[in-house]
Design a protein around this ligand. Sequence first.
Ligand code: FES
Ligand code: FES
Length: 160
Amino acid sequence: MAGKTHITTTINGERTDFLCEPRDSLLDVLRENLQLYGAKEGCNNGNCGACNVVMDGRLVNSCCVLAVESAGCEIETIEGVGEPDKLHPLQQSFLENAALQCGICTPGFIIAAKALLEQNPDPSEHEIRWWLAGNLCRCTGYDKIIRAVQDAAARMREEA
Ligand code: FES
Ligand code: FES
């Protein structure tokens, strides 16, 4: 294991240990070491948001975070959002609004939208579009995604 660094972090509430090389990105480790395939590799350079995770309360592109930087951090990935038999309101709204086609971008959109709604439960359409400007989708044309986030926000306000 020469050259590898032992990292301890918390992922979706569970203490997680892994070995990584200094050059490995957090996205590399999530997918290759930890078999958490929800975060996707789109551009691998910070432009598409498909790899979004939340790290210590901050939305980040995991392709642009070194895995060693996650030491001691709390990380939330799409695998920590909802349950198969109890979807998060955003997941439910994406389904009901048909806000996905190929689905590659969807985990990133949901993680990003969740981060938005946690700090602004009643965003305007403009605020949603602005917040999600770092998430690219090649299939849907965005309108259904925005509607899904609006619907989820309304649902979450009712449930609060
Ligand atoms: S894969 Fe990370 S921003 Fe595109
Ligand atoms: S649904 Fe295909 S890229 Fe967004």
